[in-house]
Design a protein around this ligand. Structure first.
Ligand code: NDP
Ligand code: 8X3
Length: 253
């Protein structure tokens, strides 16, 4: 029987690449995000390229009523969610904490922490009832280290690490697997979003070395999810070869 994955933040970057890889491998897909047009375009493309079975849910993970409404609209086979990929997330701003924008802090906390919790809260009862499921959270190297001017973003990713451990512990009796996939620098829309659409500044983040590609992370997610039932990858940290940690990059012009 075909399996089903629900991906938050499927309109771009890692989420989109993961949707493409899972569609290619014959999974049913529930793709979600705020940008409805991009969701519909991705759906059409997945149907056209892979004859995939796809449902779109257009919601903002920060709004719990929207999350609840969207997930409860799923009926029939679409409620049989085998994998939840908590991927939607973002960084906003890059400054010392004393100069940070409270609005940016709230956006990151509401999206990366509260949004992940809201979505998980709606899917967990389905998985518990089915006594089966796998939750994969996208963490970050920023959840393992704190780098200069990364303060609140790094803190939200540290929270993802804590939530991942808590989910694994509390869902143990229900046989639900919980994993974290934690990338270093990946060339996506991430830095453009962080710098409020400043593409030149975003490009500089990836200059002079080969960053990870969204596809690299999609493949890692696929690996994590495709292990046999008795194997759980708790935590997978994936870095560009040119990046030793958050602060040490080998840039060559
Ligand atoms: P992108 O900006 O390319 O994609 C982010 C996705 O998240 C988009 O699909 C966006 O969709 C969605 N999203 C953002 N805010 C919301 C929201 N409020 N509600 C619903 N969806 C939302 O970035 P990445 O692919 O790089 O980021 C994916 C994850 O990977 C994030 O959690 C990020 O923190 C993490 N990560 C990224 C790294 C990197 O270097 N790129 C490294 C380590 C971790 P839409 O705007 O349509 O809502
Ligand atoms: C994204 C990676 O190092 O830019 O989580 O924070 S980093």
């Amino acid at each position: 029987m075909k399996k089903t994955i629900l991906i938050t933040g499927a309109t771009a970057g890692i989420g989109k690449a993961t949707a493409e890889l899972y569609a290619k491998n014959g999974w049913n897909l529930i793709i979600t995000g705020r940008r409805k047009k991009l969701l519909e375009e991705l759906k059409e493309s997945l149907i056209h390229r892979f004859s995939a079975d796809v449902v779109t849910l257009n919601f903002d993970v920060r709004h719990k009523e929207e999350v609840n409404k969207a997930i409860s609209s799923l009926t029939g086979k679409w409620r049989n969610i085998d994998v939840l990929l908590n991927n939607a997330g973002l960084a906003k701003g890059f400054s010392d904490i004393q100069d940070g924008s409270v609005e940016d802090w709230e956006t990151m906390i509401d999206t990366n922490i509260k949004g992940l919790l809201y979505v998980s809260k709606t899917i967990m009862p389905i998985m518990i009832e089915r006594k089966s499921g796998h939750i994969v959270n996208i963490g970050s190297i920023a959840g393992k280290e704190v780098y200069a001017k990364g303060n609140v973003y790094c803190s939200t990713k540290h929270a993802v690490e804590g939530i991942t451990k808590a989910l694994r512990l509390d869902l143990l009796p229900h046989k639900i697997k919980v994993s974290a996939v934690c990338p270093g620098a990946v060339d996506t829309e991430f830095s453009t979003v962080r710098f409020d659409g400043d593409k030149d500044r975003a490009k500089d983040v990836y200059n002079g070395y080969q960053p990870l590609l969204a596809r690299d992370i999609a493949e890692a997610i696929y690996f994590v999810v495709s292990r046999p039932f008795h194997v759980n990858i708790n935590d997978l940290l994936i870095m560009p070869t040119a990046q030793a940690n958050t602060s040490n990059l080998l840039r060559e012009e």
